[in-house]
Write a protein that binds this ligand. Sequence first.
Ligand code: S3P
Length: 478
Amino acid sequence: MKTLRIRGGACLQGTAAVPGDKSISHRAVILASLATGTSTIRGFVPARDCLATVRAMRALGVPIMVEQSPDRDRAAPPASNLIVHGVGPRRLEPPKKPIDCGGSATTMRLLAGVLAAQPFSSMLTGNTQLLARPMGRIVQPLQRMGATIHALGKENRPPLAIHPAEQLCGAIIHTPAASAQVKSCLLLAGLFAQGETTVAQPCVTRDHTERLMRSLGVCVRNRELESARVSICPPSLQPELSRMDTVVPGDMSSAAFLIAAAAVCANSRVTIQHVGLNPTRAGFLNALRRMGIQRECREHVDDASDDAREPVGDVTIRSAPLRGIHIPCRHSNADRDVTRCKDVIHRASTSIVAMIDELPLLAVAATQARGATLVRQAAELRVKEVDRITGIAEELRKLGGDIQELPDGFRVQGPTPLRGAAVDSRGDHRLAMALAVAGLCAQGQTTVAGAECVDDSFPGFADCLRRLGARVEEAEQS
Ligand code: S3P
């Protein structure tokens, strides 16, 4: 077991890069596998979750080579280049045994959309954490499209057993949860369905699948600009998926830990280079701005010219006195604010979905903010890798945080001086890193037990913090 040992009172200075975006890495491997020809994916994050997707596609007969990225300097986090010899959408091979998705719900949910349309049976399984995640949200709509898919666990939990269906049929599917994984699963199934498939969600969710699909020539339509209703044209109207040559931008959800650390550690100034600025993911940056943080964003890749059509840029953050906020904001029409406009940061949303993975980290920042921070409508956090509402509330209290758990969120009263303590990741990568950030502004030493899960999304996290001046050590414990 790995432990992170953090000394408080750091001041962070310098420039950093973070690993490639996890969501984009998953999608790029799956789509490159379904394309015809050889694709290269540079800046792929060799995180445990994304490597599970690579293993899964290999199990379906797709040759994939993983190389250590040669064009990264030693100061950069680990990155891989992937060479994917795409077999085309109809030439996947039956897997010889159940596909193990490890702890990655993204792998399981996205792949289910592809496998539901194949002329062979398959089974998707995973570790104990993944076997506890809800799958009814994809099983039911896939069944509506004609798929033969069943969740074998209690209450629609995995494993998932998938059998050949005659032909998937496009449908208009309203999903109660605003989930990019569900949307992506159905769009992938829609690639094989007869007729148009439309996914209508309560609000706009991360749109990496749509951007990547469009870059491969797939016809994906939004009824209105950036609406929460997305349609994929039937295969008869689609050209073959073309091969891709893409560079995965840095993951905003990983950058968020460095950004938050710079925000809460006095006299800090940090620049994160080449990070994804997709407005559907920039909620945390916007929230920090509303809390009083000064930051500059310089977008340096044109939205439309990048291969994956993702806006990318550098973000500089300086520490500042923070004030509490309410999320969702009482007056915002947040979802309509998500635009494709170049000025992504000013226009982008502070909706819950635009920062869903960053909410535990927001609780940490809120302990240092004047006044109350209230997060509601975030019950989805209870069905992530672990229950992240209970997890962050109980662990932050050990450090002296004044945080109250609510059924669908939390309330933090600040500012409170944190004091170093022994805390536990509970096996959740985002909790582990959020608690490490809390340790940076706590007095004395904090230890985060169970820190090996950091590798699920951010290999090289501790190195990255050290290079910025933080005192963080990793220790192995038996
Ligand atoms: C993800 C979507 C989000 C997010 C997860 C990754 C994705 O989950 O929390 O870490 O890659 O689509 P939901 O779609 O379930 O909200």
